[in-house]
Design a protein around this ligand. Structure first.
Ligand SMILES: [Zn+2]
Length: 215
């Protein structure tokens, strides 16, 4: 997949001039930015605020049977004050079975695990799992997401000591593990769209192709 331009184009925030009608993606972009600021304020300690700079904040909109529900998601949810966590997407816990439909071979979908971080904690996985938690599942529903995957570049001296860091443009795409989650969700009948900057405008686009993930 060629996504080489996505980081650079992330700098061109879509200009919505007076009189322009805001697209669904313009709205989700605004919501993702708003949540991002809100979360940073909740992570009060300087260390917490710095850690927030390489997390993911995603704004979403789920439409099922003509009813639309908006929900934000945060990858580092357990770092927020307990009482503030419930309005964000929860997803499934590590080791808990996926709520999505079973695979062709009858097994549950398994989220990736890497060290202390687990794929099921990523915003996209949380939102998808929540969509399938409803009584009717998520078949035939549509999930739209504006992903704000924040990137931070760390500089080190020749001795390996960190000498500085810089925030770079966030990515609007899922990580490789989440790509697979989105593929399985689509296999289970959930329609998925992402918002991405194209020629300076937020556009509703399909997620990356799934063939390489075996779908
Ligand atoms: Zn991910």
């Amino acid at each position: 997949m060629n996504t080489g331009n996505s980081a650079a184009s992330g700098f061109n925030t879509a200009g919505v001039g007076k009189g322009d009608i805001k697209s669904e993606c313009d709205e989700l972009k605004e919501e993702a930015d708003k949540e991002d600021r809100k979360i940073q304020a909740m992570r009060k300690t300087p260390k917490g605020a710095t850690a927030h700079k390489c997390t993911t904040v995603t704004a979403s909109k789920l439409t099922c049977g003509g009813v639309t529900t908006k929900k934000p998601a945060y990858s580092s949810l357990s770092r927020l004050p307990k009482g503030r966590q419930s309005r964000y997407a929860q997803g499934v816990k590590r080791g808990e079975p996926s709520k999505m439909c079973k695979k062709k071979n009858g097994e549950d979908f398994e989220h990736a695990t890497q060290g202390f971080s687990s794929g099921c904690s990523h915003t996209e996985a949380r939102l998808v799992e929540d969509a399938f938690k409803g009584p009717g599942g998520a078949e035939g529903c549509e999930l739209m997401m504006k992903i704000k995957w924040k990137q931070r570049v760390v500089f080190k001296n020749p001795q390996g000591k960190i000498t500085g860091a810089k925030n770079v443009a966030p990515l609007a795409k899922p990580c490789k593990d989440c790509e697979k989650v989105l593929c399985h969700a689509q296999y289970c009948g959930l329609k998925i769209f992402l918002c991405k900057i194209k020629q300076g405008r937020q556009e509703k686009v399909k997620p990356p192709p799934c063939k390489k993930h075996g779908y």
